[in-house]
Design a protein around this ligand. Sequence first.
Ligand SMILES: Nc1ncnc2c1ncn2[C@@H]1O[C@H](COP(=O)(O)OP(=O)(O)OP(=O)(O)O)[C@@H](O)[C@H]1O
Length: 278
Amino acid sequence: MSENCSKTCSTCDKDCSEREEQPKSLVEKPHDYSNIKKVIGIVSGKGGVGKSLVTSMLAVSMRRMGYSTAILDADVTGPSIPKAFGIKKKAVANELGILPIETKTGIDIMSVNLLLENDTDPVIWRGPIISGMVKQFWTDVIWGDIDYMFVDMPPGTGDVSLTVFQSLPIDGIVIVTSPQELVSMIVSKAVKMADMMNIPILGLVENMSYLECPDCHKQIKVFGDSHIDTIAEEYGIQVIAKLPLNPEIASLCDKGMIELLQGDYLNEIVDKIEKVTE
Ligand SMILES: Nc1ncnc2c1ncn2[C@@H]1O[C@H](COP(=O)(O)OP(=O)(O)OP(=O)(O)O)[C@@H](O)[C@H]1O
């Protein structure tokens, strides 16, 4: 050991037996022409709970506030982002990299469906190929200047989610659940994964929380009473939005017109993202 050992091996070049190696970061460098300030991951325990919807709505809200916004669709086997925005064009590449497609309101998007010849072609790839593709969406896409990038993660805590958590500098995650899910188990898994990766949880969004009667405006709990508030309290996280089951939302997604959706459903979480990531 050096006589003047300060126990901070990272600032010392002595090769002694007491040396403590720092774990090597696996975070990948983005493309040289990308300058992405904040990255937010949207996760869920299983498919079909509205993770892509929440990702799209967050990007639309941030864009409306004047931020340059992007969506990296890491849900490679179930990519629904291009459809929600009505994107029909295919992405192209030049000698420097791949160019994202811009939506009508100026949100930059990259998704495997923008690279497949037919939207309906299935992605029958093994995990490492899918993980490699998601990494390339970060390293090989020329994103330019982006204030907020939203990453639509694959459902669950599998191989690809792990790759995204390790290779992208995620600043925070939003967990999306629905009342009929095994919420407690899913929240617990997501919280543990985020803790292990040292990533802050910005909050929980409960989708399909209730249905509002168009005549009397009574809120009907279609899936019974939710326990989300108790569970959130148990894990020390905040329920940051409750979205209704709303035929207009489904219709706008189907028509590729999600950018026209009005409503202040996500105001609280948008404020939190702005504050936490300042
Ligand atoms: N609150 C809602 N009201 C009405 N329709 C909704 C709502 N949330 C989601 N949907 C509809 O449910 C379908 C699934 O939503 P979405 O694609 O966002 O789920 P997901 O969790 O991302 O699923 P996957 O992981 O399979 O991609 C979509 O067609 C969407 O329009």
